[in-house]
Write a protein that binds this ligand. Sequence first.
Ligand code: FAD
Length: 383
Amino acid sequence: MNKYYDLFIIGGGINGAGIARDASGRGLSVYLAEKGKIGSATSSWSSKLIHGGLRYLENYNFKLVRESLKEREVIINIAPTITKTLPFIIPYTKKLRSKLLIRLGLFLYDNLGGKSNMPKSSKINLNKKYSKILNQKFSFGFQYYDVQVDDKKLVEMNIDDAKKLGATIIEDRKVINALRIDDGWKIILDNNEIIKSKILINAAGPWINEVVNNVIKINANKSIRLVKGSHIIINKLYEEEVAFTLQNDDNRIIFVIPYKKKYSLIGTTEVDVKTADNPSISIEEKIYLIKTINDHFVKQISIEDIVETYSGIRPLIEDYNETSKVTRDYVLDLNLQNKKSPLLNIYGGKLTTYRKLSEKVMEELNPYLPLKNTKNWTHSKIL
Ligand SMILES: Cc1cc2nc3c(=O)[nH]c(=O)nc-3n(C[C@H](O)[C@H](O)[C@H](O)COP(=O)(O)OP(=O)(O)OC[C@H]3O[C@@H](n4cnc5c(N)ncnc54)[C@H](O)[C@@H]3O)c2cc1C
């Protein structure tokens, strides 16, 4: 007789991988199917930061920033080989956010996450230290710290652990159909293989509503906005191991981050799109990022300096309170039929919060599972 899994996970991005690891470590039987390669979609197209999200404070999203800052501490400890703490510099400009606002934001950023080994933020003289790099008009700025991560590796490490803990992980297998049966799910893969499971988790990232509508064939009750974010990579703009948080005239933030020893990673843009498939940078986005660099740095660049680009799609959930506002937070949407056959749709999220999200998934599913180990464990176990 075919095996009846406890959990079937659609999608091998950071969220699917984190859930697979957490659940397998609790003694659950897990099957994860990924239509491409593990971690090859949104989770490797990010800005590669484990960060609290300083700019979310402007939207009063204190809960998300607090959770993210706490998670930053955890991820540094459980993934020391793929994380690196970096100083970030915000050049001050009179035209945009006031000194007071930035100081207040950084004070919260230093303290919201509780106890931390991260150095505290400070005001710095830019003329003294970065006069050869930054445009003379920036005489001072503010320095704070965040963490750079190898995002794809983070997914792969979670998957490796999940496999060691007994999970079945399949690449290059698209889930094409999922049907509710008596007390669970019948899942059909694109090679016609059938897998049965008690619970179905939809961790398809920006394809979430496509899976809800076309694979599970129920009505999606959450509205998401697909927002493309693009990065450009150029030969490094400067030698120092420091990142810059640039404030643009349109109030958006652009990061310049040292990347793979030889390069600078610059991003991101925000452009609404209709599909999550094959995202790529437009000429307008390239020009926007180049202009931001040229407005801030001594060295001037042009399109010819771009070595590589990549784009990813954020599936942003419309905020419940303000429809015009979207949040970077995540929502777990539990769907039952006659109190049976649970489906958990995972909306939104960040790399930074994947581990906490996975714990919350376990908590949410607890009533429907024969959990052998309900104790949270991933915060203290090195990947
Ligand atoms: C431009 C950009 C920058 C970002 N920067 C940061 C950052 O610096 N820090 C941070 O914390 N977060 C960042 N994020 C957010 C973060 O990258 C995402 O929240 C996270 O990667 C989403 O992971 P996921 O597992 O939900 O989605 P994905 O990584 O997209 O994984 C979903 C997977 O599901 C698979 N799938 C879809 N349909 C099917 C199907 N039918 N069958 C099988 N498999 C299927 C897909 O192939 C895909 O691999 C950024 C996002 C973007 C777009």
